[in-house]
Design a protein around this ligand. Structure first.
Ligand SMILES: *[C@@H]1O[C@H](CO)[C@@H](O)[C@H](O)[C@H]1NC(C)=O
Ligand SMILES: *[C@@H]1O[C@H](CO)[C@@H](O)[C@H](O)[C@H]1NC(C)=O
Ligand SMILES: *[C@@H]1O[C@H](CO)[C@@H](O)[C@H](O)[C@H]1NC(C)=O
Ligand SMILES: *[C@@H]1O[C@H](CO)[C@@H](O)[C@H](O)[C@H]1NC(C)=O
Ligand SMILES: *[C@@H]1O[C@H](CO)[C@@H](O)[C@H](O)[C@H]1NC(C)=O
Length: 463
């Protein structure tokens, strides 16, 4: 080999090395962390499932905040319930042995979640009660291996989901714990000490990420004190630079009292957040099918449970506005997804089997909702043929003409209904805006679905 080409070989190797080693590293501050691009899978997924499961699933009364209602705010309904149903010296940890999860079959759960059409799952690994659903080295005797289920609830679900489906696995983790003495001591010290963070929160988060490689780290319980106390930016710099999920993980925005709706891969802002208009940052609407509780509660009434009509409507509005929908169900202490929640999830999947094209990997369109018909919301998707626009009708029409205010049509445009095999619909349109679509009377048996009908608009003038 001639010397010159040897030298150039060494030089190019050196350049490659420099390029690789200068791959972006994030610094432990928001200015740097906020420059990380959102991993594409998250925006494309649109739908996740949230699972609130823990010792609170045993009383399964009021909500997952039961312990706090009983011993924190001492609400009459919680105090009375305990007086009437339990011995006087009964403590909250006494519920843990009854958290048996004896019917827990993670493969069956994976089937349900896959059938729901959701693309990611966020399991509560630890809620504010501090009980860890995995065998944590940092949770002596207050974890699912040592007491209650006697198994690794987190690991078993992660394995089943990965083995059977393409669903991304994620975890929810509460930074603070209501009654942890170490936390209470830091709080009493006005957060000038960080003993709880150092010996519990941080080791636990590192353990969860290293052991289960979650692609969503959904943080909560941050609101009492700012991100400095929680050491959040240090954790996130590690997560994005050096963790086993550094390239694919996404995080929410609950990392301190000063971060909500400001920092994170996606924003939750407050629970059940739906912005009034298109939002500039990626966001997620976390909501619960039981509107009164995230954890399973035996006292839920049918009226508090979202109907399919309401659920599809919320999904459509959320996606139109650029959000993801995180649909919560609370499994029972015995390890079942109760039939009414399973039915909602499976029916959502049936709807998505027909209409998923208008949801997954879509982008908001120039208009989010229609100007004439208040029951129509839009999504869009770029294809090699231009942008396809989906007009999603949340209430079926009374007559045979669907009038839309925002699309502009030409003779090249085409309008079809997803899941309907009849010929494309005829239409008349105005030059500057608006179209009247002639929708034939469709027999019951030819209706593609029962909720949310998707009109696919191709070759619009205003794509
Ligand atoms: C998951 O759902 C998809 C879409 O409905 C389906 O094609 C696939 O067979 C399902 N996989 C399993 C393991 O059930
Ligand atoms: C915060 O994170 C840094 C970097 O990982 C670590 O050196 C430090 O000990 C952590 N502090 C606490 C209180 O956890
Ligand atoms: C966070 O709280 C600490 C202690 O109260 C304070 O010194 C610091 O300035 C706060 N940081 C922010 C970003 O508000
Ligand atoms: C479209 O949505 C916005 C925001 O929700 C609302 O203010 C407006 O009234 C809606 N338009 C119609 C026609 O419903
Ligand atoms: C693009 O549009 C043409 C004409 O409308 C159609 O024949 C073709 O199938 C379309 N291609 C794709 C990829 O949709």
């Amino acid at each position: 080999m001639p010397t010159t080409s040897f030298v150039s070989l060494v030089l190019s190797l050196f350049l490659i090395l420099v390029t690789v080693s200068s791959a972006k590293r994030y610094e432990p501050n928001w200015a740097s962390l906020d420059t990380r691009p959102l991993p594409a899978w998250y925006d494309e997924s649109k739908i996740g499932i949230f699972l609130h499961w823990g010792v609170f699933s045993v009383p399964s009364y009021i909500s997952e905040w039961f312990w706090w209602e009983w011993k924190g705010t001492k609400s009459p309904r919680a105090v009375t319930f305990m007086l009437e149903n339990y011995k006087p010296d009964f403590t909250y940890p006494d519920f843990a042995p009854d958290f048996k999860a004896e019917f827990y079959d993670p493969n069956r759960w994976a089937d349900i979640f896959n059938a729901s059409g959701a693309k990611y799952v966020v399991l509560v690994a630890k809620h504010h009660e501090g009980f860890t659903n995995w065998p944590s080295k940092y949770s002596w005797n207050w974890n699912a291996m040592d007491v209650g289920p006697n198994r690794d609830l987190v690991g078993d679900l992660a394995n089943a989901i990965r083995k059977k489906t393409d669903i991304h696995f994620g975890i929810y983790h509460s930074l603070f714990e209501w009654f942890n003495p170490l936390y209470l001591q830091d709080a009493a010290n006005k957060y000038t000490t960080q003993d709880f963070v150092k010996s519990k929160t941080m080791p636990e988060l590192h353990e969860l990420v290293t052991k289960y490689e979650p692609e969503v780290v959904w943080s909560d319980g941050d609101w009492m004190v700012n991100d400095t106390y929680w050491n959040s930016t240090n954790f996130l710099a590690w997560l994005f630079n050096d963790s086993p999920v550094k390239d694919t993980v996404v995080v929410n925005d609950r990392w301190g009292s000063n971060t909500n709706c400001k920092h994170g891969s996606f924003f939750n802002c407050h629970d059940k957040f739906v912005p009034g208009q298109l939002f500039k940052h990626k966001w997620e609407n976390c909501m619960s099918i039981d509107q009164g509780s995230w954890g399973f509660r035996r006292d839920a009434s049918l009226s508090s449970i979202y109907s399919m009509d309401e659920l599809i409507s919320l999904l459509v509005r959320t996606v139109s506005l650029g959000g993801n929908l995180l649909v919560n169900v609370g499994p029972t202490s015995y390890g079942e997804i109760a039939p009414i929640y399973e039915e909602r999830l499976r029916q959502m999947g049936e709807w998505l089997n027909i209409n998923g094209e208008a949801i997954y990997a879509t982008k908001p369109w120039a208009f989010q909702n229609d100007t004439v018909n208040p029951d129509v919301w839009y999504t869009s998707k770029k294809t090699s043929n231009g942008t396809v626009v989906y007009a999603i009708l949340l209430k079926w029409l009374k007559g045979n003409v669907l009038e839309l205010g925002t699309p502009i049509v030409s003779r090249q445009s085409s309008i079809t209904l997803l899941g309907y095999s009849g010929s494309p619909f005829t239409f008349t349109g105005q030059a500057t805006h608006g179209v009247q679509i002639n929708v034939p009377t469709i027999s019951f048996y030819n209706m593609p679905c029962q909720w949310g009908w998707v009109f696919k608009l191709e070759n619009l003038v205003n794509q």
